[in-house]
Design a protein around this ligand. Structure first.
Ligand SMILES: [Zn+2]
Length: 379
């Protein structure tokens, strides 16, 4: 058997993973094969040491197949993987806010003169002015109380939405906050119907320039049979936690599904049902491409509403020291926690967001939208 151990199939590689050479990025490739048998990688003999083989390959295209071949006494063996080269990669961050519905209800009820008379949008605009921050707001159709939905939001602010569309985008997140995990096991038609409903409302009241394809679906769980609903609507990136599942949030039904899918009762969660192997990889890396669907998965780096203000830096700082997590900061929080009436209100929520943005800005990360280009960078 011959096996490429690194890089990993679907890896997104940048200048931190190799050496810039004439014509591309030279990356190390290593793996294992039976001792003593010659191994080639993309046609070139690799160095051997015991079971290990190692060589370098120059990436010169956006996607490259790496093929390790051993022709031994037991026959022909090969391992073929594919990697992505993010050739124009620059340190960057994006900020996504999930679960938005309260601010729409507030603006519609108060009939403000300006969108930014709402303290929430005013706070985001202040952070845009201070750091150049861009925000994608992932929105529900209806409030949790079901006392308001987007069809009731006036189109009279369309001009203001257009004026800030370069830093403030609206995207589908779910029909509503409850029930939990609405798309974890749902038929594709349900996701399609909800997404199109929200996209249509955003286009009506804010205009096409303010709309963007979603990058975070509520609870980070979409049944793979519904992934094409997303890719057909121009979704290129999905962000999740890719965290080991403790089982606490699983219903019996989902637990059964987990057993069937992965062979282990508690694999990974908030991972769009991605397999355990790649979910584990994403716990340690910024991103990974699934070539079958064309989707790129991105790992959330911080959820500001869950991290005390004084710990924001210490959560982000270690990421900057690992080449696998230093390039793309996927910053994240939830709208509810900004509102004083919410049971989990965080009075210092804006300060936490400010601290995360300040950290990224001071470390040379530029604001991007993940739905644009390749993971927010030049393609
Ligand atoms: Zn959500």
């Amino acid at each position: 058997m011959v096996k490429i151990c690194e890089p990993f199939c679907g890896a997104v590689l940048n200048h931190r993973h190799g050496r810039k050479v004439e014509g591309g990025l030279e990356i190390p490739v290593w793996g294992t094969a039976p001792e003593g048998q010659p191994v080639t990688v993309n046609g070139v003999y690799a160095r051997r040491s015991g079971e290990r083989f190692a060589t370098e390959v120059v990436l010169d295209a956006f996607e490259t197949d790496l093929v390790a071949v051993s022709n031994g006494v037991t026959g022909h063996c090969e391992h073929r993987i594919r990697v992505v080269w993010d050739r124009h990669s620059k340190p960057r961050y994006r900020f996504a806010i999930d679960d938005n519905s309260f601010f729409f209800r507030d603006i519609a009820a108060k009939k403000y003169h300006s969108l930014f008379d709402c303290f929430y949008l005013a706070g985001l605009r202040e952070l845009n002015r201070k750091y150049g921050a861009k925000f994608s707001l992932n929105v529900f159709y209806a409030t949790p109380e079901n006392d308001f939905n987007l069809s009731q939001f006036p189109s009279s602010y369309k001009g203001e939405w257009a004026d800030c569309a370069h830093w403030l985008k609206l995207a589908f997140h779910a029909y509503a906050e409850f029930p939990d995990r609405p798309y974890q096991n749902c038929p594709p038609e349900k996701l399609a119907k909800d997404l199109d409903l929200v996209a249509g409302e955003i286009a009506r009241f804010a205009g096409e320039a303010s709309y963007c394809a979603p990058t975070v679906i509520h609870w980070g769980m979409v049944h793979p049979s519904a992934w094409p609903v997303l890719t057909r609507r121009n979704v290129k990136v999905l962000t999740g936690f890719f965290m080991p599942n403790t089982g606490s949030s699983y219903t019996t039904e989902n637990e059964d599904f987990g057993v069937e899918k992965s062979g282990t009762p508690f694999g990974y969660d908030v991972n769009y049902w991605l397999d355990d192997l790649r979910s584990e990889y994403l716990t340690r890396h910024d991103a990974l491409k699934d070539f079958a669907s064309g989707l790129v998965f991105s790992k959330v780096d911080i959820v500001c509403n869950n991290v005390p203000l004084e710990q924001i830096e210490s959560v982000l700082e270690p990421l900057t020291r690992d080449p696998n997590t230093a390039e793309i900061m996927d910053l994240f929080t939830h709208e509810q926690y900004f509102w004083p009436f919410y049971f989990n209100y965080r009075p210092d929520h804006f300060l936490r967001v400010d601290a995360a943005l300040r950290f990224c800005t001071e470390h040379g990360h530029e604001p991007v939208f993940l739905h644009e280009g390749f993971l927010g960078g030049k393609e």
